[in-house]
Design a binder for this molecule. Sequence first.
Ligand SMILES: C[S@@+](CC[C@H](N)C(=O)[O-])C[C@H]1O[C@@H](n2cnc3c(N)ncnc32)[C@H](O)[C@@H]1O
Length: 391
Amino acid sequence: MWSSVTRNISRRLLDKFVIRSALTTMADSTEVLNNVKDYYGKVLQSTADLKTQACVTPGKALNKQVKSAMSEVHEEVTARYYGCGLIIPPGVQGARVLDLGSGSGRDCYALSRLVGKSGEVVGVDMTSEQIDVANQYIQYHTDKFGYDKPNVSFVQGYIEKLVEAGLQPNCFDIIVSNCVVNLSPDKKAVLSEGFKVLKPGGELYFSDVYSDTELSDEIRKDNVLWGECISGALHWKTLHSLAKEVGFTKPHLVSCSPIDIDREDFNKVLGGAKFCSATYRLFKLPENHQKYSGGQVIYNGEIPGHEDTFQLDHKTELPAGDPVCLSAELVTVLRNSRLAEEFEFDPTAQEVCCLKVAEGEDPFSVIQDKEQRGEKIESACCGPSNKSGCC
Ligand SMILES: C[S@@+](CC[C@H](N)C(=O)[O-])C[C@H]1O[C@@H](n2cnc3c(N)ncnc32)[C@H](O)[C@@H]1O
């Protein structure tokens, strides 16, 4: 008798606990989303409110076309830029591009110029104030770029639910995102929805904040640091495991820069964790794609703005017209990607001489190696400084 009463009580307690923890998780996610909406909709009004280091994108990464496209974006849009990197891959002309967490639309408008009138750009953001600013300048940029109709649009929605927001599967060539994934309570959902809406051969090319260690629950629960794009950061290794689970190729590191946090109160909570801003590209290869052996690859030099060199990642550069020996893995990625036609492939070279992709490359070691070689390292354009800075 007693044991059945105890069993019933424990079951009831357990049920309660399970229900509560499920609700807590949902409530936590909703709370995170609401806090972030508030931060980007109400607290921040312009980049100046960030009180951070000035946003410095490394000069050499900005080619002439990109610089000029950025300079044509309306000043109110630019004034509300909160990104942490450059998210314009080579070869965007004529492409359909999706920007996750597009904010006031700076990257969307620069891309609108670069994709040309045969291309299209869609920005998704959950914060109505950000979407409102972005929408206000559609006609301005359409006129400025001399298009007869807009090639850019903005959708209010969650990046964890792209299909629910009305986006069709397999319809984008490129997905970009600038300092947003760290703010999401469900990064795997973001990657997996992105994978769905990308065309086979398409790529996710995005800048975000990463940590050098798995962050504790205490750090994760700090709302201010979450809003500051710090405590929601993925450990860089987790990006590799999530990419694999979702079906992407391994993430290729394009660039990385350290984020210095010089606020004592923040550092007390963070307990020595380090952060960097990094740009990665992840490809969605077609299902049952053909695998190729390693060999020589020649870049044709025909991508506008990249006539001299094509940069696949921070280590792999292909000077136009010069054969470069690439590993089986890199050849398989390129030949199955949206960029395949930009290269000639000669499989007769020995793979043994080929450049391989570093296995799970640590961006923090890349930064450290650069520092040791005395190379100039630009600080990321985001990261809290003395007051309440954010990206
Ligand atoms: C740091 S700002 C970056 C904005 C823009 N990418 C830029 O570079 O200016 C983050 C943006 O992501 C949006 N955002 C954050 N989490 C989101 C989510 N889960 N779904 C949709 N938008 C989100 C916010 O509303 C905000 O506009």
